[in-house]
Design a protein around this ligand. Structure first.
Ligand code: GLO
Ligand code: MG
Length: 346
């Protein structure tokens, strides 16, 4: 397996202003051009987009206007030498998605969600990416009795089918998350995402995106999720970050809460050759709320530094010695070997 040379990516929302449910922003808003400049300055390779990061105020614009703005953005990205990694329909802001999008109880809202997704596919095509990311933020329930779970699965499949039919090249990468904003989401894990892919009209074009924090929130080890998805050749994008246990989604820098869990994710990526087919390593991380303006990029730079250090750690791990310990069922020694390796010895 060739050693992949990793390429890195983040989205404009990862340079966020510090707002949380309890208080306002702590950093002044910045323009998209400033964010693109920072991405370049940091030496990242690609940017990911929500449809309305690409075309702000998208719902108020005509098809012609959307196309014009998308093309202007494509020129800007070309000039900057930055690739568009994916586009994702932001189906959780609009008044039409208050009670869900594709699986809303209201047919008008379902129609809105599908139409917006098809427009988003057109944006992806015009920008030059075949990847549509679906974080199904509001597909689930606050209240079990408010929706019919079986019907919701059928509605999700129907929506995916319409997207697949709209463009022969588009690939859908489902980004599962078990909760937040919902109490329970319909597609909480990679297993759910890949199973639902099989119900669609073209399972080969439905894959997934793993976010470390989302796997941890589901009580799973993100490294196992990576191995599982890659056994199906379905890991098409990745949101590395970290999460300190079962609480709100923290989007901490990669490795910040649990270096060993991060190390094991990198090992899983390495053994499966992630990146060798053009996939990017994206960091879906946010600055800590107290972060000052002058330290605004640190969480991204730090995540990449940690990732690259862990690649070195994965490559210099003494596999032969580990195999000997495994054969001897000496897991205590294996445990200590990993700890000492991460601490810089062994
Ligand atoms: C939130 C998600 C979110 C998505 C992004 C792309 O929990 O991780 O950041 O990744 O909106 O769809
Ligand atoms: Mg994410």
């Amino acid at each position: 397996m060739p050693k992949p040379k990793y390429r890195f990516c983040f989205g404009p929302w990862n340079l966020s202003e510090g707002q949380d449910p309890y208080g306002p922003t702590t950093r002044p808003p910045q323009t998209f051009d400033w964010k693109l400049d920072q991405l370049k300055k940091l030496g990242f390779d690609a940017m990911m987009f929500h449809d309305d990061d690409a075309v702000p105020d998208i719902d108020a614009k005509s098809g012609t206007q959307i196309r014009k703005e998308t093309r202007a953005l494509k020129r800007k990205l070309n000039d900057a030498g930055v690739a568009p990694e994916m586009v994702a329909p932001r189906l959780w802001f609009s008044p039409m998605t208050i009670d869900g999008a594709y699986a809303s109880n209201d047919p008008k809202c379902r129609k809105y969600a599908i139409e917006r997704s098809l427009r988003c596919i057109d944006i992806a095509k015009d920008l030059g990416t075949d990847l549509l990311v679906l974080w199904l933020a509001r597909e689930g329930t606050y209240l079990r009795e408010s929706k019919n779970g079986r019907r919701s699965v059928d509605l999700l499949v129907d929506a995916f089918d319409k997207m697949l039919a709209h463009d022969k090249r588009i690939r859908l990468a489902i980004e599962p998350k078990p909760n937040e904003p919902m109490d329970h989401a319909y597609l909480p894990t990679i297993g759910h995402a890949l199973a639902v892919a099989q119900l669609t009209r073209d399972p080969k074009r439905v894959g997934c995106l793993i976010e470390s924090a989302h796997a941890i929130l589901a009580g799973l080890d993100p490294a196992d999720e990576i191995d599982f998805a890659m056994a199906f050749d379905k890991l098409w994008s990745l949101h590395l970050n970290d999460q300190n246990g079962l609480k709100f989604d923290q989007d901490k820098p990669f490795g910040s809460a649990n270096l060993r869990v991060a190390f094991n994710q990198v090992r899983a990526l390495e053994r499966n050759g992630y990146g060798s087919r053009g996939e990017y390593v994206c960091f879906d991380v946010h600055p800590f709320r107290p972060t000052k303006v002058e330290h605004w990029l640190a969480h991204l730079d730090n995540s990449r530094r940690t990732f690259l250090r862990l690649v070195e750690k994965a490559r210099s791990f003494n596999d032969k010695k580990a195999q000997g310990l495994i054969a001897d069922r000496n897991y205590a020694a294996l445990d200590q070997m990993v700890i000492e390796h991460l601490m810089g010895r062994g």
